[in-house]
Design a protein around this ligand. Structure first.
Ligand code: IVH
Length: 682
């Protein structure tokens, strides 16, 4: 194809992809299938790779991130980034309206908007191109997070049309929709990280990540609500925002015009209820005087505009009595206090129990048994205790003491440095830990033995038939038939249920079938702390045999993509325990799958077992991604440079001593670019 046609095709693809991105992420009305979209994107990626001379940092292919920001640059805001005054009641809002009325002395109208609960951001566009994204910081200057913001699909990198001011700033809120928040937290829990407390913290944490490729995976969104600059198209806020929507900005549809404060109050009442239906969090509404001329007339106080105000919703909260505190021991031995409450209605459900998290939080809250306490829906999901009403404390309220021994097995609890939870260390003798491990083992994502469930595990355990995972496979027809569970019936009489022939057959068939479960599932089923489904998959693929994993050193483990210190430490600890080694040995004798042959086909085996050390910081890939690429193409990651190392991929900041050693050993040092060429070209 002649170059002219290539340029035209690239331009066409970029415009098309931008248009579909807008339809999908901003207008929520896609017009092509994901498959068709991916085809366009793939074609553009291929052309841009083949013709790097036509690369453009605003191309839609650049959304995947890859830039590393070691330290965020501080940038002074052109216009101070003030916050808003808050009101909490209709009376306070009416006071605001009266101030506006008095100061203006002429008719005016309000625009009511939702108050998005995220992180404030200011985006600068010069000649229609995003040039800078800055957080609020102290209001005068903030962090330059442009690289990270560029990965958010609803933020246009290049504007549509031509009628925008040559330079302007648009402000809004970066948010994490609840669905993405829940997904992110699930992943974090699986990888052994602390989950984020709420979507706002998660959005804020994401914006400050050093690796923009990681930010790209978080699926942040951005709503815009305020435009500033010279030469704006209209003299009022509402029309300007509507125009900005045409330029490609994600201007929320939840805006209404109101001629007086009553309309504002109606908007508030409606959203106070409907907010639960939104896919993201809001914490109130914002009311703004529409006319820019009137906004200028009203001006600012030292802290906030006089032409706008926030109305904050009360978080959904209920007052009830704390009746008692029970302690639960989980599969991992973590002991969590659970509050039993006088049942109370909260955000559409009756709440009877609430989380107290850990000893530190209980101390901080100073709650006592018998206290009237406030419960809130934390992130609207699990109710938590947030405070107590000291004026209603009964005289006989009992001070709360965190137990020092396990409520299930009396073993003294331990607390690991740096962790808030208390643990029962009696892994192999504490009933809920043993039963929890068995339940995990049979669960759907693990060995998937659905003929066994919580109830059956309880029967087997109580009848001393199973105590560890391998015992399950020692079960026989004769051992199982007729075993009983004793239930206390409502009349106080004992009722016995026993395992019949059919259940016994089902259990044995289920166990036999589970022997076909692949290595990665078996590895996950073992219940090694912090080894969730994804980690198990990565480990299985990397080591391919349990023996290799069993003997892997800490350094070897952390060369596996996404395996950090915490997970590596936990794996080492697991295999240091003779009991675990024995369980694995017995499971192996029962023919469970402890190896896997993940055939690398020749095309994907370009690196042919060569060993790589990845060091420094890179522009295109994160270190983990590079390691993943190495494995994908049949190479091996090693942690330190030795005479056996074949290649070093050196990024910024590779230490001089490492370089010297590599040179002495005659190891080939590759740049990131050279490595990419190696896997693409060879
Ligand atoms: S307007 C000068 N509109 O709330 C006026 N702010 O507590 C600038 N916020 O800093 C703000 N939704 O981060 C405005 N629809 C909305 C908003 C909104 C959320 C945030 C924003 C602001 C904070 C003030």
């Amino acid at each position: 194809m002649p170059l002219k046609e290539i340029i035209e095709r690239i331009e066409f693809l970029r415009t098309e992809i931008n248009r579909h991105n807008y339809n999908y992420y901003v207008a929520s009305a896609p017009t092509i299938s994901d498959f068709e979209f991916d085809k366009l994107l793939e074609e553009l990626i291929t052309l841009e790779t083949e013709y790097p001379q036509f690369a453009d940092s605003n191309s839609p292919t650049m959304r995947v991130g890859g830039e590393i920001t070691k330290e965020f640059r501080q940038v002074r805001h052109k216009y101070s980034m003030l916050s808003l005054g808050n009101t909490y009641s209709p009376e306070e809002l009416t006071d605001f309206d009266q101030r506006v009325q008095k100061l203006l002395g002429e008719p005016y109208e309000y625009i009511c908007e939702l108050k998005y609960d995220g992180v404030a951001i200011g985006l600068t566009y010069i000649n229609g191109v995003l040039t800078q994204a800055v957080t609020r910081g102290d209001g005068e200057s903030g962090d330059d997070v442009t690289n990270n913001v560029r990965t958010i699909h609803s933020v246009p990198l290049k504007l549509k049309g031509t009628d925008f001011p040559a330079e302007f700033e648009i402000r809004g809120e970066i948010m994490l929709p609840r669905k993405s928040f829940n997904r992110l937290n699930d992943e974090r829990i699986e990888l052994g990280y602390e989950p984020f407390a709420n979507p706002r913290n998660a959005a804020s944490g994401s914006l400050k990540m050093q690796d923009s490729a990681e930010v790209a995976k978080r699926r942040l969104d951005c709503f815009l609500y305020f435009i500033l600059g010279e030469g704006l198209p209209y003299l009022n806020h509402f029309e300007n925002l509507k125009k900005a929507r045409e330029w490609g900005f994600n201007i929320p549809n939840y805006m209404v015009k109101s001629q007086d404060i009553n309309g504002v109050l109606d908007f508030i009442s409606a959203w106070n209820i409907d907010r639960k239906e939104l896919p993201f969090d809001i914490d109130g509404v914002v009311i703004k005087v529409n006319s820019i001329e009137q906004q200028q007339k009203l001006g600012f106080t030292a802290k906030s505009p006089r032409w706008a105000i926030a109305y904050k919703f009360n978080p959904e909260r209920a007052l009830t009595r704390l009746l008692s505190v029970a302690f639960q021991v989980g599969r991992t031995g973590a002991v969590t206090p659970v509050a039993n409450l006088d049942p109370v209605q909260l955000a559409g459900t009756v709440v009877k129990r609430a989380s107290l998290h850990n000893a530190d939080i209980i101390r901080e809250l100073d709650v006592r048994i018998g206290d009237m306490i406030y419960v809130e829906k934390g992130g609207e999901i699990i109710p938590k205790i947030v405070g107590r009403e000291i004026s209603q404390r009964p005289e006989n309220a009992i001070e709360f003491v965190f137990i020092t021994v396990c409520p299930e097995c009396n073993t003294p609890l331990v607390r690991t440095e740096g962790e808030a939870a208390n643990y029962c260390p009696n892994e192999n003798g504490c009933p809920p830990q043993i039963k929890g491990r068995l339940e995990h083992f049979i669960s759907r994502k693990a060995m998937d033995i659905n003929s066994l469930g919580e109830g059956k595990i309880e029967i087997l355990y109580n009848n001393h038939l199973v105590n560890d995972l391998a015992d399950l496979y020692d079960l026989t027809y004769d051992k199982l038939l007729g075993i009983e569970k004793v239930l206390a019936s409502a009349e106080g009489k004992e009722k016995r249920i026993s395992l019949r022939e059919k259940s016994v057959r089902n259990i044995l068939d289920g166990l036999a079938a589970s022997k076909g479960a692949p290595f990665e599932k078996v590895l996950y089923a073992l219940g090694i702390r912090y080894v969730g489904e994804t980690v198990a998959k990565k480990l299985a693929r990397h080591f391919q045999q349990i023996e290799k994993l069993e003997t892997a050193s800490f350094d070897e483990l952390i060369t596996v993509p996404e395996i950090g210190d915490k997970i590596a430490g936990s794996i080492i600890k697991y295999f240091l325990d003779e009991k675990n080694i024995l369980i694995v040995k017995r499971l192996k004798e029962h023919s469970l799958q402890f190896s896997a042959d993940y055939q690398v086909n020749t095309e994907d085996n370009k690196l042919n077992g060569a060993s790589f050390v990845v060091t420094g910081v890179f522009a295109e890939f994160s270190r983990d991604e590079l390691k993943a690429e190495i494995e994908k193409y049949g190479g091996r990651n090693v942690s330190s440079v030795s005479s056996k190392t074949n290649f070093i991929i050196a990024g910024d900041g590779m230490g001089p001593s490492k370089r010297k050693k590599a040179e002495e050993l005659g190891i080939t040092i590759l740049t990131e670019e050279e490595f990419i060429q190696m896997i693409i070209r060879s």
